[in-house]
Write a protein that binds this ligand. Sequence first.
Ligand code: AMP
Length: 282
Amino acid sequence: MNIAKTIKETRQIVQQWKNENLTIGFVPTMGYLHEGHASLIRRAAEENDRVVVSVFVNPIQFGPSEDLDKYPRDIEMDKRICEANGAHLIFVPGVDELYPFGFSTYVDVEGTSKGLCGGSRPGHFRGVCTVVAKLFHIVQPDSAFFGMKDAQQLAVIRRMTEDLCFPVRIVGCPIVRESDGLALSSRNNYLNDVERKAALCLSQGLDEGLRLIENGERNTHVIKSAVRKKIEQEPLARVDYVEAVDPNTIQGIDYIKESILCAVAVFIGNTRLIDNFIWEEA
Ligand code: AMP
């Protein structure tokens, strides 16, 4: 497995593969990899000849009061997980490599970036789209793999890819969970034992919403308030949002017709966690 710190090295390796007509799958990450990331890498390896993983804690997608400095990092563990799951190249750029002095170009996707995490984290998706656009230019993948855990991010990236004519197939991959239902996240690392138990309220709240839909409820206001009520039974939880939106446009929906993305963001202590489900009419 190759490890590249510069854009130049990455381009050289990718170019060699392109000359050999090999397909390239790409998994962008912020590192501190877990089984959720590993599932993306394996999927990329199943569907492509070569797999590139980027590990970059992207400063421009963090707000001023967010956890950029304390975001967990362990590049040796990341390398092991990448190698064990079939990656061929890890791109680990420094901040100056992607944002040299004078950097001033940003990608802003309208519509899908509004609301949900876009509402709570102003500028977040501008940062995500800018870095993903740069990475797409550097890696030139045939396919790129994103987790449905970040469902709004997936919708925003799909929109950007289409709008900017990137010749990249965007693949959404299922949420990987702990056996008790907690969605895997690098941020789970912040939780102490009591908070870890409390964090189950996200998946339990969502389960309650799903149960209502499966029993025929279609009014999203009823569903959202049931999800919120369940989450708020946990004293350590502070709800940031509970929303029900169209999975593609991220526009709010009052009554479910074909499909719904029910998404939550909840603070457990100081840690902000997100989770969601997508339900589609059979
Ligand atoms: P991150 O390192 O948090 O930026 O995540 C990198 C990619 O891994 C994103 O596409 C995430 O949606 C995906 N991911 C993170 N956690 C999970 C999970 N529990 N299941 C599936 N994909 C995930």
